[in-house]
Ligand binder design. Structure first.
Ligand code: CA
Length: 220
């Protein structure tokens, strides 16, 4: 899953990015509202974290701008402001949730997963197919009662494919959601990761998961 953080407190933004990257998220940073709007309009994010007090363009206006362009990506407002009026203004502008600073990273993480789950219309956070269960919150992958150890990128690719069950997922979709802005999309890196992922989840299993749709991408 790919996340955009629009936050002018550079240190805070870096700390959140580090925590989320360790969790397997691809994270882009913007430190003012204009950069944030440019990235939100040009890249495909699964969630946007938006500070309210920002240079150049404030978070409330930015949120309204995105919603008026029919960009429906879940938005989590982050702010030092905690009055009721501020919360209402944030939610009225089209944000999906609100978190007041300072916050615990674990709470942020739970809110992020809850928002992504809601936008995918999933009731449970666990993604299941055949006898495989992937739990993004606990970061576990279990098949036939055995724990499978995946690298962060393998985990992220499997999570993305599982969120699009019965759809064909292209290599471009995978790179757009699993890698950040600095990724060089020319290589065949997706195929390499999918090959190692298949090896891990399909060894000793009768049903082979993740099929290749030639010239297009993958399907689970
Ligand atoms: Ca700020």
């Amino acid at each position: 899953m790919r996340i955009l953080i629009v936050e002018d407190e550079v240190r805070l933004a870096e700390v959140i990015k580090k925590g989320l990257t360790e969790d397997g998220f691809a994270v882009d940073l913007a430190h003012d509202g204009e950069d944030g709007q440019y990235l939100a309009e040009s890249e495909k994010y699964d969630l946007i974290m938006l500070d309210i007090m920002l240079p150049k363009l404030d978070g409330i206006t930015l949120c309204k701008n995105l919603r008026s362009q029919k960009i429906t990506t879940p938005i989590l407002m982050l702010t030092a402001k905690t009055t009721l009026e501020d919360k209402i203004a944030g939610l009225d502008s089209g944000a999906d949730d609100y978190l007041a600073k300072p916050f615990a990273f674990l709470e942020l993480r739970s809110r992020i997963y809850a928002l992504i789950r809601r936008s995918n219309n999933n009731v449970s956070s666990v993604l299941v197919i055949d006898d495989l269960a992937l739990d993004p919150l606990k970061h576990t992958c279990i098949r036939n009662k055995k724990n499978i150890s995946l690298t962060p990128k393998e985990f992220a690719i499997l999570e993305f494919i599982l969120r699009h069950q019965n759809e064909v997922v292209t290599r471009t979709m995978i790179t757009e959601h699993v890698w950040d802005y600095n990724f060089d999309g020319m290589s065949n890196i997706v195929d390499v990761f999918v090959a190692s992922l298949r090896k891990k989840i399909n060894s000793n299993a009768s049903v082979k998961l993740i099929s290749t749709i030639h010239g297009v991408g993958y399907k689970i």
